[in-house]
Design a protein around this ligand. Structure first.
Ligand SMILES: [Zn+2]
Length: 440
């Protein structure tokens, strides 16, 4: 009986997917319908030998896209949810639309991006060969709760057979290795590099394992009480330059990147570590990752009048993403104006919670190259209050509830470039303004 239901759900997923392509519908629907027909349909699909999962608060899509690029260029065929949803429905869509009617996934590798909390449902059916955990930060508090709650979900549901690929510089992530003997670590071991950047809170003060006080020295951490400590990375960035956007991995592989942020360094390193585990040629990996341009649109160039503009996607409800954008802005040459837009906090659900603004380190903007800070959007008053508790010079701040008025205020004779920092939910409100011309 189930056999018939399996075939029926595969056909339903394929048909819905086919129709969806024409009507521009999302990628969760086919999976959703298939799961209604047979909730454990994934149990009946023969999956490839190699399954790679990527989860974590930040950097999932970038890391997945880089791994995809490496697999593809090593001659492997891949089924991947990189164009769609990273929850159970999206993963089901990917698996079923790439499966034969007899229930076999046709590709060499299944590569999946997993929403952190949905690992609970996804790993019930799909046991990854490798699972990369990029980092666990405070992210979407309304939906996820604290990073430690997300950690508990992943730890509980990660299969014991899975080889973990862990960011050793993220203390919570590193603790996941307690679950399995099979783990590889990656991290930044470049001298004089502080990897715990710009947090106004310190989630690392207590050992996540026994809650005793941790000893933190540079990037090293250890707990005298239970012995939990930073693992030496199996794959490490041994030197880096944020300004030149360059890293060297394992002392010998040089990679030039499109963006000079610690985030992009970590994502590249994660992809490199996976390629090592798959025994790919490291020289070739380094050259494939060099100047690899991600297609996820986190950075859009535009101009307003004669001023150059860059729109950076931070994520609302994710202070670390904001801090990383600030770091990118202040590492740029010359002076600039910065605009922050918080208008709709999430595109997925309604929330008016702005507590995450207090986790952002706005003092990172206290840099001589930031001329003016423009605040805009429905939550402009929350931004103003938050900024008044920072060291940022208040006389350099202007604010507009109306985003169009804020953009028009940039349309002047000034020559300085402008950086706009916002989220997916608000980016088009900026880019659709008639003063804003997108440039390639
Ligand atoms: Zn401890």
């Amino acid at each position: 009986m189930n056999r018939i239901k399996v075939i029926f759900s595969i056909i339903a997923a394929k048909l819905t997917h086919f129709v969806g392509k024409f009507v521009g519908k999302g990628t969760s629907k086919p999976g959703q319908i298939a799961l209604k027909i047979l909730p454990d349909v994934l149990n009946y699909i023969k999956l490839p030998k190699t399954i790679i999962a990527v989860t974590g608060s930040n950097g999932k899509s970038s890391t997945v896209n880089m791994i995809y690029h490496l697999l593809e260029n090593n001659g492997l065929s891949i089924a991947c949810n990189n164009k769609g949803s990273n929850q159970l429905e999206g993963v089901t869509t990917t698996v079923l639309t790439n499966a034969t009617l007899s229930g076999k996934l046709k590709h060499d590798v299944l590569l999946i991006e997993c929403d952190e909390r949905y690992t609970k449902f996804i790993f019930k059916y799909i046991k990854p060969t490798y699972c990369v955990v990029t980092n666990l930060y405070r992210d979407q508090l309304t939906r996820n709760g604290h990073a430690e709650e997300v950690f508990d979900v992943i730890r509980e549901h990660i299969p014991s057979s899975t080889h973990l690929v862990l960011n050793t510089d993220d203390i919570l992530v590193s603790l996941l290795s307690e679950k399995t003997e099979k783990a590889s670590w990656y991290g930044i071991s470049a001298p004089n590099t502080q990897t715990r950047v710009g947090n106004v809170y310190n989630d690392a003060v207590l050992c996540p394992s026994c809650k005793s006080k941790m000893t933190l020295e540079g990037n090293d951490y250890s707990c005298d009480s239970c012995g939990f400590h930073r693992h030496d990375p199996d794959c490490a960035v041994t030197s880096l330059s944020l300004k030149d956007k360059k890293i060297t991995i394992d002392g010998q592989y040089d990679i030039s990147l499109m963006t000079g942020s610690l985030f992009s360094f970590y994502n590249t390193l994660a992809a490199f570590t996976v390629s090592k585990l798959l025994n790919f040629d490291s020289e070739k990996t380094a050259s494939l990752l060099s100047n690899y341009e991600l297609e996820n649109g986190r950075l859009t160039r535009f101009c307003v009048n004669n001023r150059e503009g860059t729109l950076l996607i931070a994520k609302h409800e994710n202070s670390t993403a904001y801090n990383q954008c600030f770091q990118l802005v202040t590492s740029s040459e010359g002076s600039c104006d910065v605009m922050i837009v918080v208008d709709q906090i999430s595109r997925k659900y309604f929330t008016g919670d702005t507590s995450w603004l207090w986790d952002i380190d706005f003092n990172l903007l206290c840099d001589k190259n930031v001329n003016q800070l423009i605040l805009a959007g429905k939550y402009v008053n929350d931004l103003i209050v938050r900024l008044s508790f920072s060291d940022f010079p208040q006389e350099k701040i202007s604010h507009f509830e109306d985003i169009n008025s804020a953009i028009e205020s940039m349309d002047n004779e000034a020559q300085e470039p402008v950086f706009v920092i916002t989220c997916f939910s608000d980016q088009m409100k900026v880019l659709n303004n008639p003063c804003v011309k997108k440039v390639k």
